[in-house]
Design a protein around this ligand. Structure first.
Ligand code: NOJ
Length: 748
């Protein structure tokens, strides 16, 4: 049966609203009443109480350590306390024993779930499913707020194009548009569509450019031009602000010599001035103090002044504001009005969250919310949608009735801590279902488990125990990857091959001649080219979280058809980094020239074509952005635009027929890419402008219509003004960034 369906693409707000896409609300919780209350409190505050609000400390341990400071109003926020009994006590001291009774903002890094852990953000991005990601963030908020945490340091919106960088795990990958859609979804999920006691203020971070650290080495310098910032790195932040994000964190890096925590241009001019952000700006952990290490200030007093003047409201763990602002005001080095503005921004968040009315949580009720069945179901669905099928020679899906002896092996098969991934402080091993546990529950008596390697870095010379077990098995399920500790903050790597003897284990399994299915759980796209020939199928699951086990069992046995797509380019070798699909067109694009093995002895200097590629690895990645297989096949046909020429205010309607021509029901992520052929500056070879998940039954085909506002083609050109430049364009509709045929159109 053929149907027509209009897919509404939220690439521009005005159009998105008319298409019925999620409403964004940059003024969530804002009202004259909120402002009136903020002013009333501010008017009663002493300078010292104001400065106290601007101080955030890491709590934990005994509450009594902080009683005195809380009574004096010297702490505006704490992080790292998750015991609801203690949180209530912190709040009680503030509310009942401090002069003005201002409650605390209690913060935590709730990055991909609280107790119920979802896939790492890079895995969530692979779902290309913003609604599901919003649902996951809502679950995190429900669990965390029920225990008193009202502020999360998430989402991380850093575009990252170098998988050596360990924090690539924490973001949505390399693409501005995908990152933007995920940013909006997470903000809505954490804060809720309307503010109430389950709203957890989102903190968009790290502002800005942090993911472009030189060499992928964490905390390193970046050299992004203003145009790159505006065209690539800032849009997700702006979209998140428009979606109502209440707080923002400055980053550790210096960009072009200016550390973000002292960067007036990005914080004051762009964020506050251009975008009208009225939320709270917090530093990263001691990033104010680290401006001294950067050589951007002589001492703590100096950097405290610079941070305040750049537009920072709250100091995380430098104690620079607390120790020096009073003196800086008295000497006239800073204005008290700047302090007033910072305090307004902090109080505004507290008032909007309803903290004055609801400072306490019900401890018993809060406990009951954790790991609720629907939370686990949502985490499982997210893990299912985030897995990417990279290779399948037909071994998958496995037939449950046909297997009698399944060998489960590999260091990630039963690693409950590691499958949660980085930044899962509150996830618990005891609640995590590993693939081994899920498979044993599903196939009692049929699973043999021989770990082979106890952890991902272990080295072994031979695997006689695993090989012997493989020979007795019908199928070998090997779970490879990297431990959680190998990705995340400060965990960069220079070599992205599977660590330890994992590749050797896989090769030994392959040599048995048994069907081998590899599942990789990792915090980044590892370089698995050498491993692909040694398995019949490879499923890339990132770190899938609490319910990774049941999700993977469903995928391997075909209850769920893989639908994840790569949110980042998968490299053949680490030396290709950074390699990303939307690079600018060079003057000498690669044209399939000679590779190293074909170069003759004494070949002439100019015999190789003189284009942009590596002699040893060519120009292409292992898997392009947007790639992922399914157990079924999808074909695209009848791709057409409604017109050949558009005005700047028009909407492009793309039509196509998508057919599921295989034997399984499945879901395809339809992707639309656009290229602006000639601009006032060089333009990317392709840019993702829209995507939509489409589910089709086996044999079903459907006519689809997608709409793309011409305004979404705007960029900051040579004159520094954002606009759509008239001219010729090309558009692709395909299942990944490297497929499809261009359709031409013009913008007048
Ligand atoms: C440092 C990290 O860079 C940041 O992302 C995190 O939120 C803070 N520490 C607080 O834990």
């Amino acid at each position: 049966m053929k149907q027509t369906r209009t897919l509404c693409l939220a690439a521009c707000l005005a159009l998105a609203l008319s298409c019925g896409a999620p409403k964004t609300d940059s003024t969530i919780g804002a009202s004259p009443e909120v402002e009136r209350r903020v002013e009333k409190i501010l008017a009663q505050m002493t300078l010292s109480e104001k400065i106290g609000q601007m101080n955030q400390v890491s709590a934990g341990g005994d509450v009594s350590n902080y009683t005195d400071a809380l009574r004096k109003g010297q702490i505006g926020s704490i992080l790292n306390e998750v015991d609801p009994v203690k949180i209530n006590e912190y709040q009680r001291i503030c509310v009942e024993e401090s002069r003005l009774g201002i409650p605390l903002l209690v913060a935590r890094d709730v990055i991909h779930g609280y107790h119920t852990v979802f896939p790492i953000p890079l895995g969530l991005a692979a779902t290309f499913d913003p609604d599901l990601v919003e649902q996951g963030a809502r679950v995190a908020a429900l669990e965390a707020t029920a225990q008193g945490v009202r502020w999360t340091f998430s989402p991380m919106l850093d575009i990252a194009r170098d998988p050596r960088w360990g924090r690539i795990a924490e973001g949505s990958g390399e693409d501005t548009y995908l990152d933007t859609r995920m940013a909006e979804a997470m903000v809505r999920g954490y804060q809720g569509r309307q503010l109430d006691t389950t709203s957890m203020a989102a903190c968009i971070k790290h502002f800005v450019g942090y993911g472009a650290a030189e060499g992928g080495r964490d905390y390193n310098s970046t050299y992004l031009t203003e145009r790159q910032l505006r065209n690539v790195y800032l849009p997700p932040f702006q979209a998140a602000v428009e979606a109502g994000a209440m707080t923002l964190m400055t980053s550790f890096n210096d960009n072009d010599g200016v550390p973000s925590t002292g960067n007036t241009f990005v914080v004051k001019d762009v964020l506050r001035g251009e975008w009208g952000f009225d939320g709270l700006v917090v530093t990263d952990w001691n990033s104010m103090g680290e401006m001294i290490n950067h050589g951007f200030g002589v001492d703590r007093k100096d950097v405290a002044r610079k941070a305040l003047q750049a537009g920072v409201d709250m100091d995380m763990m430098t104690y620079g504001f607390l120790s020096h602002l009073e003196e800086l005001v008295k000497t006239g080095a800073v204005k008290e009005s700047d302090i007033d503005n910072a305090v307004r921004n902090i109080l505004r968040v507290k008032v909007r969250l309803g903290l004055f009315e609801h400072p306490y949580v019900d401890v018993e009720a809060g406990a009951a919310v954790q790991y609720a069945p629907d939370h686990l179901a949502s985490a499982q669905r997210s893990a299912e949608e985030s897995a990417i099928l990279l290779k399948n020679d037909g071994v998958l899906p496995l037939k449950a009735d046909a297997v009698r002896n399944i060998l489960v092996t590999g260091p990630m098969a039963d690693a409950p801590h590691d499958q949660l991934g980085t930044w899962a402080f509150d996830g618990e091993k005891s609640h995590t279902v590993t693939p081994l546990k899920a498979l044993e529950a599903r196939f009692p008596g049929k699973v043999t488990y021989v770990p082979g390697l106890r952890y991902s870095r272990e080295k072994r010379d031979a695997f006689p125990d695993v090989v012997a077990a493989a020979r007795r098995a019908d199928v070998v399920l090997v779970f490879l990857g990297e431990e959680a500790i190998l990705s995340g903050e400060a965990h960069s790597l220079a070599d992205l091959n599977l660590k330890g003897s994992q590749s050797e284990l896989l090769a030994a399994l392959k040599a048995t001649g048994k069907p081998v299915v590899a599942t990789v759980m990792a915090g980044r796209p590892l370089t698995v080219e050498r491993d692909l020939p040694n398995c019949g199928a490879m499923l890339y699951a990132f770190h899938p979280g609490t319910m990774g086990g049941p999700a993977l069992a469903n995928l391997l046995f075909g209850d769920v058809n893989p639908s994840g797509k790569t949110p980042i380019t998968f490299l053949r070798t680490v030396g290709q980094a950074p390699l990303y699909y939307c690079h600018n067109m060079t003057g000498r694009p690669y044209n399939g020239e000679t590779l190293i093995d074909d170069i003759g002895m004494e070949a002439g200097q100019t015999s190789l074509g003189n284009t942009s590629y590596y002699l040893d690895y060519g120009a292409y990645p292992l898997f392009p952005f947007g790639y992922g297989l399914s157990y079924t096949q999808f074909t695209y046909s009848d791709i057409a635009l409604d017109r050949t020429s558009y005005g700047a205010d028009d909407c492009i309607t793309v039509s196509l027929t998508l057919a599921n021509t295989g034997e399984y029901d499945g879901t395809e992520v339809v992707q639309v890419y656009v290229r602006d052929l000639v601009g006032s500056i060089t333009r990317p070879v392709k840019e993702l402008k829209a995507f939509e998940r489409v589910s089709l039954k086996a044999g079903e085909s459907r006519k689809l219509e997608l709409q793309i506002p011409v305004s979404s083609l705007a960029f900051y050109g040579l004159d520094g003004v954002k606009k759509v430049e008239p001219g010729d364009f090309q558009l692709w509709v395909a299942g990944d960034s490297a497929s499809g045929e261009p359709v031409p159109f013009t913008v007048k």
